[in-house]
Design a protein around this ligand. Sequence first.
Ligand SMILES: Nc1ncnc2c1ncn2[C@@H]1O[C@H](COP(=O)(O)OP(=O)(O)OP(=O)(O)O)[C@@H](O)[C@H]1O
Length: 311
Amino acid sequence: MLLAGYALGMMEASVYAPEVFARGLPAAFSPAQQSEGNTEPRGAATVAAAPLLSLHGISLSFGGVVALADIDLSVRPGEIRAIIGPNGAGKSSLINVISGVYRSDRGHVQLDGISYAQVPTQRLAPLGVARTFQNLALFKGLSVLDNVASGLAYRVRSNFAGQVLGIGRSRGEQRDSLSRAGQILEFLDLTAVRDRLAGTLPYGLQKRVELARALVAQPRLLLLDEPMAGMTAGEKSEMAGFVRAARDRFATTVILIEHDVGVVMGLSDRIAVLDYGRKIADATPDEVRNDQRVIDAYLGVASDNEDGAGI
Ligand SMILES: Nc1ncnc2c1ncn2[C@@H]1O[C@H](COP(=O)(O)OP(=O)(O)OP(=O)(O)O)[C@@H](O)[C@H]1O
């Protein structure tokens, strides 16, 4: 079952040297990446103190619609950063710029000190970035275990024949991927459903499987687009616990879009607030909660909604 995923990742993975994938190293940001045409070199001495991610003057329009206007953002390693704001404020556009789905009209994205006019979206995993989507994007006909292992497809170095025949390096790679997937399932309390077809699970569990697939490569940066949308209050609080645990366990930096302000306030270290494509606040939950501009633009409205309960 994993073969399809492996085949998809094969062309990309064959570009990277094995040491790039050694765990525990900042592999995703290997020195080899610094010579990319789209990048500029970082200063080695500044790496330790530098933010993992920073956005500089990001602007993006669709026709006459301004989705993002001159956005600066700086996210420290290990931080949980929420992005909130009313519908159409630009939150998804921002995640899409960070993950390279969109190229901004102006500005640049800096990942671990390396600047990109457009982040190479087809190489997110080797760059140490993983994301989940607003709508479920699992392989519904595959088992939970295979879905999660597919998050490691980019690492596969065996050739197509090896994958089809299950020989040589391929067999070892599959064993390793399945073993890592099993560990993440255990961490997220999903072991009991590891052999179930993903599409047969309740919605809340499918969202957790997506989190598992994003986490299996232990990304340095995890982008979560409404990870709790459509969940019950209990499921949301469970999911928030897992996101926090993942950050603590893997030192993963997390950026999440979430409409439930109560969840956001409890989970985030800092919150950036967008309104009409502009960043109107970027502060701690307490500061954001008491910011009159934020209250006027969003919280006053959000607290009238079911999702806003518990601000
Ligand atoms: N691909 C696109 N084509 C045209 N307009 C777009 C596109 N993507 C976003 N927009 C517009 O850009 C603005 C910002 O949209 P975006 O989806 O980023 O907001 P959002 O804050 O994520 O909204 P929501 O909370 O409803 O998901 C909106 O006016 C939207 O209509």
